[in-house]
Design a protein around this ligand. Structure first.
Ligand code: BES
Ligand code: MN
Ligand code: ZN
Length: 482
């Protein structure tokens, strides 16, 4: 676990470097250092599109890696993050690179360096695994080559990028770790350790405390498990806070579906069903270092969802922290049950807004695919803030409606509501369920079931858990003003 790549700044390309990135646009001059004409590049199929690379080995100096940056004048942090990642995907066995990507005109030096460092480090990530010979990543050192005028800005951006990437590494490590090694008590212990190191107050609540608190959603989901649940409350309190943001994360450590058992293939990635909790913990680990001005309270709702003899049965009724009840008609719709308690608790802290993040529905994945998370909420101005954070971090989201007309799909004869809404509009009905627990606090729900993982390396996403949401939540917290 942890970061194994060092990042440094330099005015010039270090003498002992394995590879140098050479940005090339789709038009205009090709940098001389590459030693190739545009015609020669084009013959090799390289036209400068974003993310394209061409490796040009040299017998005398470092390998040159041409990297496409798209149309002249189209530079953005998105382009830089993608280009930086593409370079890492092209390094082969080379362990050190120098890159001038943060020095290009058109993007502010701080933002450029942050994007380049993020793209580089996120692409370099590999899960160590549980192996006699752990997986290691190839890249060991990256040098940002930046001119004098941009050095100060770039240093700040580089530090920020290293912080956000380290947080995403933490989220990925947590989600990639098998459920047998990452039960509720393990993530709670990790939260204590991370919180201590990053200036957070950490409170851990066990099963008895959750029972005393009336968290019937947590207990109901946990009922079929031999692993006890944990709820973790994290608090970040700056001096003179400018606002108070609450974050609630779904921490289902393994989702078997419960008695509404999933088919085997559907369970394969369900060690990652705690990705929401991982995003909350990892993002909060950066707030002090990044001087967040808002108070942030985080809730990790951690339990697995199993089928033991005491498991919640279909038709059972659970009572949540806020006193509302739900008839369980499908034990696989468990995320909303743990979030119900988490949202109720968050409301009691009287925050200015609540964001929850959860691998909540296959339906959201059907609607938006694997590259976009869904966002649904009750307050458009707050949703716009979440969208701005998503745009700034390239963690893409798309809004779905909190459609009142579907509310009656949740009606139950025996309880205040039932926990499923029927065959259609599953991401929306899940959100309508959650909305019963937020009172009138501005709230946005992020459904990250789709972008939770990738099957193969893809730009700055590395095979396995993506850490989606970590950088979005950091950005949201840093810009939050109540
Ligand atoms: N954790 C799953 C959702 C999920 C599916 C996340 C695939 C990531 C990838 C969630 O608990 C679930 O099982 N949802 C059900 C809800 C249904 C029973 C109403 C679903 O989407 O099928
Ligand atoms: Mn489920
Ligand atoms: Zn789940």
């Amino acid at each position: 676990m942890g970061m194994t790549v060092t990042v440094q700044l330099s005015r010039s390309v270090p003498t002992k470097v394995d590879a140098v990135a050479v940005p090339v646009a789709t038009e205009g001059a090709v940098p001389r250092s590459l030693g190739l004409s545009r015609a020669a590049l084009e013959k090799s199929g390289f036209d400068g599109s974003v993310g394209q690379t061409l490796v040009v080995p040299s017998s005398t100096g470092p390998t040159q890696i041409a990297v496409g940056i798209g149309k002249p004048g189209s530079l953005s942090t998105t382009v830089l993050r993608n280009a930086a990642a593409a370079v890492v995907r092209a390094i082969g066995k080379r362990t050190s690179i120098a890159t001038p990507l943060a020095d290009l005109a058109g993007v502010d030096a701080t933002k450029a360096a942050q994007a380049v460092v993020e793209g580089t480090l996120l692409a370099a990530y590999r899960f160590a695994g549980i192996k006699k010979e752990p997986n290691t990543n190839t890249l060991k050192q990256v040098t940002l080559v930046v001119g004098e005028a941009r050095t100060n800005g770039a240093r700040i951006g580089s530090d920020r990028g290293q912080a956000t990437a380290a947080a995403a590494y933490l989220a990925r490590d947590l989600a990639n770790t098998p459920a047998g090694y990452m039960a509720a008590h393990h993530i709670a212990e990790k939260a204590v350790e991370v919180g201590k190191a990053s200036g957070l107050t950490v409170e851990v609540f066990d099963r008895d405390q959750l029972a005393e608190m009336g968290c019937g959603g947590m207990l109901g989901v946990n009922a079929g498990s031999t692993e006890p649940p944990r709820m973790v409350r994290l608090t970040y309190t700056p001096r003179n806070p400018v606002g108070h943001l609450a974050m609630v994360g779904k921490g289902v450590m393994f989702d078997s579906g419960g008695l509404s058992l999933k088919p085997s293939d559907g369970m394969l990635t369900m060690k990652m069903d705690m990705s929401g909790a991982a995003a909350v913990l990892s993002s909060m680990s950066t707030l002090k270092a990044l001087r967040c001005k808002a108070k942030v309270t985080g809730y990790l709702m951690c339990t697995d969802n199993m089928t033991g003899g005491a498991a919640t049965k279909l038709g059972d009724v659970l009572t949540f922290r806020n006193g509302k009840t739900a008839e369980i008609q499908n034990t696989d719709a468990e995320g909303r049950l743990v979030l119900a308690d988490g949202l109720s608790l968050a409301v009691e802290d009287k925050p200015d807004a609540i964001v929850d993040i959860a691998t909540l529905t296959g339906a959201c994945m059907v609607a938006l695919g694997t590259k976009l998370a869904g966002v649904i909420g009750n307050d458009q101005p707050f949703i716009e803030k979440v969208k701005a954070a998503a745009a700034a971090t390239d963690e893409r989201i798309w809004q779905l409606p909190l459609e009142d007309a579907y509310r009656k799909l949740l009606e139950s004869n025996v309880a205040d509501m039932r926990n499923i809404g029927g065959p259609h509009g599953g991401a929306i009905t899940a959100s309508l369920f959650l909305s019963e627990f937020v009172g009138d606090v501005p709230w946005a729900h992020l459904d990250i079931a789709g972008p939770m993982s990738v099957d193969a390396d893809d730009g700055w996403l590395s095979k396995g858990a993506t850490g989606f949401g970590t950088r979005l939540l950091i950005d949201l917290a840093l810009s939050f003003k109540g």
